[in-house]
Design a protein around this ligand. Structure first.
Ligand code: BGP
Length: 485
């Protein structure tokens, strides 16, 4: 087996809104993520139908929700327990930890002139504690944590003014954390705006006709692309040796069979998935997207220098989440469907499926790595991967999560297979390395961690941390630099 490079960044991944908790302390403003159950359009549509109320009233309802009901708002109290958690990550041998900065801790509504010092201090202490433990921070600037105020009053990323507000936030954090953070990511899963527009643009349905939604989404993504390039430019001014990555959801799509129509369907799907990294790495829009706009009568406003900005400041590396693959077919009648929230499709008879309908496909990770590397020849970073499951305690107080170990073993083997082909991989940060609130379900039931956290879906529990069997296994993997699987 090909050896992992000596400086390979083994670690884990988190997002502030799913782990910090403390959503309303020390001057933090409300973010879209704090609005839990209403974040998915489906929930919003259901809620509106049930209550016959406007988006504005929904927003008020969000803000007045009883915080005790939602584990989501609590996270796992990483805000107050990060030292204990970092000690556990250090014990596992982490070289890196992916965290995110909540914009609303620094600028509560996004509009303030001066940053919130308490928020800045929190991340400063966090990064210091990471550095002291030899854990390199990998920091996402925007992980579904947009200030709610900006979605309500500016339609989130749809309005161009938000670019400058975001850059003000970037300037503050780059200035403050100079020399502390080398690896950065701009937007988590930038493609997610098509899956859950709320986290990027808020509730725009009441303000614009539904036929405009696709144009609004493309415009929002464009504004994010420009913001991402300008943030990359700014990063280099403050920290010339720091690196900025783009971050996409890798949704690998297979055709059901060799029916050319199915192959075409899969090709179009994969091409759509590559669109985001194509812009962020190649620095220009692929022609097929512009053709699509023309066909559909979609008009996107470009600023005078936007094309040049995209060209001049591409991302340094490609990071991505990888959980599953999907299968498509032009004929889906009488075929078993799977409906995992990131991607749905028909059941792949060769793959096992998680309890949440995510089709487990380690070979798909090798395929993704090879394809992404062939396409861009830039270093790749797998910044999310993992298996969400229900864990249970044995009578001796242990958690024997062999299913998780099997999942990681096969995926790490898949990375090694890609390395063998010369693919450059910077690191691997399994998602939710400590149990945290699930993004899609807003619950604690779906757990990913090497470390168990005693907390239920309603936010009840002692928050006690317990090492699972996989904790010891991953520690051994890191210590052997991926050789002892
Ligand atoms: C990704 C998100 C993460 C994370 C992960 C697992 O899409 O970037 O925030 O939550 O998916 O998803 P879930 O928590 O829904 O199982």
């Amino acid at each position: 087996m090909k050896k992992f490079p000596k400086n390979f960044l083994w670690g884990g991944a988190t997002a502030a809104n799913q782990c910090e908790g403390a959503w309303n302390v020390d001057g933090k403003g409300l973010s879209v993520a704090d609005c839990t159950r209403y974040r998915k359009n489906l929930d919003i549509a259901d809620y509106k139908a049930q209550h016959n109320i406007s988006s504005q009233e929904i927003l008020e309802a969000m803000e007045s929700q009883d915080s005790n009901k939602y584990a989501k708002r609590h996270g796992i109290d990483f805000y107050h327990r990060y030292i204990e958690d970092l000690d556990l990550f250090q014990e596992m041998g982490f070289k890196t930890l992916r965290v995110s900065i909540q914009w609303t801790r620094i600028y509560p509504t996004g509009l303030e002139e001066q940053p919130n010092e308490s928020g800045l201090i929190f991340y400063e202490n966090l990064f210091k504690a990471m550095n002291e433990r030899g854990i390199e921070p990998l920091v996402t600037l925007h992980h579904y944590e947009m200030p709610l105020y900006l979605t309500n009053h500016f339609d989130g990323w749809y309005q161009r003014e938000v670019i400058d507000l975001f850059l003000k936030f970037c300037k503050t954090v780059f200035e403050r954390y100079q020399g502390m953070v080398k690896y950065w990511l701009t937007f988590n899963e930038i493609d997610s705006v098509f899956r859950h527009p709320f986290t990027t643009i808020g509730l725009v349905e009441d303000r614009y006709p539904s036929e405009k939604l696709e144009e609004i989404i493309y415009q929002s993504v464009h504004n994010q692309f420009v913001a991402s390039s300008l943030a990359t430019k700014m990063l280099k001014e403050y920290m010339p040796t720091a690196q900025m990555g783009c971050m996409i959801t890798r949704t690998l799509t297979y055709p059901e069979d060799c029916n050319p129509q199915n192959i075409l369907l899969a090709l179009n799907d994969n091409r759509k998935n590559y669109f985001y990294s194509d812009v962020q790495i190649r620095g220009e829009y692929p022609k097929h997207i512009k053709n699509e706009w023309k066909r559909k009568g979609i008009h996107i406003d470009f600023g005078d220098n936007d094309e040049q900005i995209l060209k001049d400041y591409p991302a340094d590396f490609v990071s991505f989440s990888y959980y599953m693959s999907r299968v498509v077919s032009v004929d889906i009648s009488n075929k078993e469907q799977v409906s995992g929230n990131i991607s749905s499709g028909i059941k792949n008879p060769y793959l096992a499926t998680s309890e949440w309908d995510w089709q487990i496909d380690p070979t798909g990770l090798t395929i993704s790595l090879i394809e992404l590397y062939d396409r861009y020849e830039k270093p790749l970073f797998i910044v999310e991967n993992g298996l969400g499951c229900r864990d249970k305690f044995e009578s001796d107080g242990s958690i024997q999560d062999d299913y998780r170990i099997d999942y990681f073993r096969s995926h790490i083997q898949s990375i090694a297979n890609a390395l063998e082909q010369g693919v450059e991989v910077m690191g691997y940060t399994p998602w939710g390395c400590i149990d945290m609130v699930s993004m899609s379900t807003c619950q604690m039931t779906k757990r990913y961690g090497f470390i168990h956290v005693d907390l239920d879906d309603d936010g009840n529990g002692s928050y006690k941390r317990t090492r699972k069997k996989s904790f010891y296994w991953y520690k051994k993997v890191i210590a052997s630099n991926g050789e002892d699987l």
